[in-house]
Design a protein around this ligand. Structure first.
Ligand code: ZN
Ligand code: ZN
Length: 352
C-alpha cells in the first residue's frame, strides 16, 4: 500500500518524517509521499528537508519516502508557478489541496491545478464533469480520501472519474499516527465510495509510478524520447509514458538528434519518439529527416527503426498530413490526449 498524501511537522502534522515512515511501515505500507502544506513562503524550507530525509531513510530502511508538497490555499492564478518552483526544488510529487466542501478553498483551484498538470488533485469536492474530463486528458490523478470531512464527496468524485475515465488514487491525508490507513482500511474507503476491488488495485498501480525505481517494476521496459519545446507538454507526455519504461526529454530538434545519436552509439536505441512539429531552432520536420538519415546510414532495417509519432496542432495538421507519411509512424493532435497517445503505442505493439 502506497499513500501519496501525508503531513509531518514541516507543516501541521505531529510527527517528524522518520517516525511517520516507521509508523506507516508498521501499519502495512511500503511507501508514502510526504506532502506538507506549501505556498510561496515555505517551498524552499520544506522540500529540501524532505528530499534529504527521504534519501537517508530510503537507504536505511525497507520503506520508500517520496518527497513532495501539497500546495494549499494558493490562489489559482499562481498555482502553476508554485508547482514549477516545487519541482525545481526536487519535489517528486506535487499535490494540490482541492476544493473540499469543508474549507473555503478558492473556486477555480481544481481547474488551475489540472491546467498546471500537477500530479494529484486532493479531495476535489464537487468537481465538475468538465474538470474531471480535463484531468483525464492531462493525466492528473483525482483523490479518494480517508480524511474526515474531505471524504464527504468521495462518492461524487468516484462517479465523475468513472464517467469520464479520469484516473484515481486513495490517500490518507495523515496528520497524526491515528490517521494512517492500513491496506485493508484503504480498500474499505474505496469500496465505500462505490468503487470496486479492481479499482483499488488500479489506484495502487497509479501510486507505484511515483516510486523512484518504478521503471524496473514494469514488465515492458521501453526507452522513449519526448521532444517538445513546451515544458508542460514534455511533463504530460512523460508522465503518461513513464509507467512503461524510461522516458527522456529534449526541448528542440537539435537536442533530439543528439540524444538519438548517443542512444545509437550506446547501442540502446529508442523504441519510440514523440516529435513536436513546431519548435524553434531545428524543428520537428528537420529532426525527423535527420533521424531517419542516421538510421539508414547504419543500415537499420525498416522494421527495426524507431517508431516516431509527430505531435501537431490542428491547424498545422492540414498542411502536413501525409507530408511525412514515409518517415513517421503516426500523428497525434496537440494538446495530446493521453489515451490517444497510449492507443498508438499499443497499436505499435510496444505495450499491451
Ligand atoms: Zn493539514
Ligand atoms: Zn493534506
Amino acid at each position: 500500500m502506497i499513500d501519496l498524501h501525508t503531513h509531518t511537522i514541516f507543516s501541521d502534522g505531529v510527527l517528524i518524517p522518520a517516525e511517520l515512515a516507521r509508523r506507516a511501515q508498521v501499519a502495512g505500507l511500503t511507501a508514502m509521499a510526504m506532502t506538507d502544506h506549501g505556498d510561496h513562503s515555505n517551498l524552499d524550507f520544506i522540500i529540501p528537508r524532505l528530499v534529504t530525509v527521504a534519501q537517508e531513510l530510503n537507504a536505511a530502511m525497507p520503506f520508500t519516502v517520496i518527497p513532495g508538497i501539497e500546495l494549499t490555499h494558493v490562489p489559482p492564478s499562481i498555482i502553476a508557478d508554485a508547482a514549477a518552483k516545487a519541482r525545481d526544488l526536487g519535489a517528486q510529487i506535487v499535490v494540490v489541496h482541492g476544493e473540499t466542501i469543508v474549507e473555503p478553498v478558492c473556486p477555480g483551484t481544481n481547474q488551475a491545478a489540472i491546467e498546471a498538470c500537477v500530479d494529484v488533485l486532493a479531495h476535489p469536492g464537487q468537481i465538475t464533469e468538465a474538470e474531471a474530463a480535463l484531468a483525464a486528458d492531462k493525466g492528473v490523478l483525482l483523490e479518494i480520501t480517508g480524511r474526515k470531512g474531505h471524504s464527504l464527496t468521495n462518492g461524487h468524485v468516484a462517479r465523475m472519474a468513472k464517467k469520464v475515465g479520469a484516473r484515481l488514487v486513495v490517500n490518507s491525508d495523515s496528520h497524526a499516527p491515528g490517521d494512517l490507513m492500513s491496506p485493508e482500511w484503504a480498500e474499505k474507503v474505496v469500496l465505500g465510495a462505490g468503487l470496486t476491488r479492481e479499482d483499488f488495485q488500479a489506484m495502487q498501480k497509479e501510486a507505484r509510478a511515483f516510486l523512484p525505481n518504478q521503471t524496473q517494476e514494469t514488465s515492458a521496459s521501453l526507452r522513449m524520447l519526448v521532444v517538445d519545446d513546451d515544458a508542460m507538454s514534455r511533463m504530460v507526455l512523460c508522465r503518461a509514458l513513464g509507467a512503461h519504461g524510461e522516458c527522456l526529454t529534449a526541448a528542440n530538434g537539435r537536442e533530439a538528434i543528439d540524444a538519438f545519436r548517443q542512444a545509437l552509439a550506446e547501442n540502446r536505441p529508442f523504441d519510440m519518439i514523440t516529435l513536436d512539429v513546431m519548435m524553434p531552432d531545428v524543428d520537428g520536420r528537420s529532426a525527423l529527416a535527420q533521424i531517419r538519415f542516421l538510421e539508414e546510414d547504419r543500415d537499420i532495417e525498416p522494421e527495426n527503426r524507431t517508431k516516431i509519432i509527430m505531435t501537431t496542432t490542428l491547424s498545422e495538421r492540414k498542411d502536413i498530413e501525409g507530408a511525412f507519411r514515409d518517415q513517421c509512424d503516426a500523428y497525434v493532435t496537440k494538446p495530446v490526449r493521453v489515451d490517444e497517445l497510449l492507443e498508438r503505442v499499443r497499436q505499435f505493439g510496444l505495450i499491451d
